[in-house]
Design a protein around this ligand. Structure first.
Ligand code: COA
Length: 161
């Protein structure tokens, strides 16, 4: 049976850290669906369509990766996709508590769905989408943290030449 996994997030915007997790998960599973949450508790900078498009353009090299959006409960959407695995990346100890709570809650909601964690690559472990947006907004160079299309989209979004 083909093993399908879901990698969910708000991806506002996608970073090299996310791409590292996507690339590694794509090697473990037969198919990976990256799920972009429409409803994020965060006030997102990029619209859902922009977040999906930035991800699609960044993932063209991964042949078994699809990008989709969802706006229901993650476990419900995962089940609708006939997947039983959710992949999440762990960057630092500070991620642990939030991820632990989310994984346990998701397991309570649907015990057939398992969450697996991949340790983020060392050089990506300190970055987050908010930090990258802050650097970009102040005219800093984000080329080491995000793919080219995202760096260009950030400049455009913040009106930087
Ligand atoms: N490298 C770099 N940064 C990373 C990273 C990695 N490998 N993994 C996560 N991050 C960063 C992100 O950039 C983001 O930074 P930000 O807070 O500055 O924006 C942060 O870590 C967490 O983002 P992300 O991984 O995208 O997760 P999220 O917390 O935004 O997404 C959902 C959470 C969407 C998965 C969750 O809210 C959800 O499932 N929603 C659907 C509704 C639902 O089912 N709710 C109940 C959940 S129990």
């Amino acid at each position: 049976m083909r093993k399908l996994a879901i990698y969910p997030g708000s991806f506002d915007p996608v970073t090299n850290g996310h791409l590292d997790v996507i690339g590694r998960a794509a090697k473990i599973f037969d198919e990976l669906i990256v799920g972009v949450a429409k409803q994020s508790p965060k006030n997102t900078t990029f619209t859902i369509d922009e977040r999906v498009e930035l991800l699609r353009d960044s993932c063209t090299d991964f042949k078994n990766v699809k990008i989709e959006s969802f706006d229901n409960l993650l476990v419900d959407w995962t089940a609708q996709k006939n997947a039983e695995v959710i992949v999440r990346g762990l960057r630092a100890l500070s991620d642990f508590e939030y991820e632990f709570q989310m994984a346990l809650t998701n397991r309570k909601l649907n015990k057939r769905i398992e969450t697996v964690f991949l340790m983020t690559r060392e050089d990506c472990s300190c970055i987050s989408s908010s930090m990258i947006k802050e650097i970009a907004k102040l005219g800093g160079n984000v080329n080491n943290f995000v793919p080219e299309n995202v760096a260009a989209a950030l400049k455009k979004k913040f009106g930087i030449r």
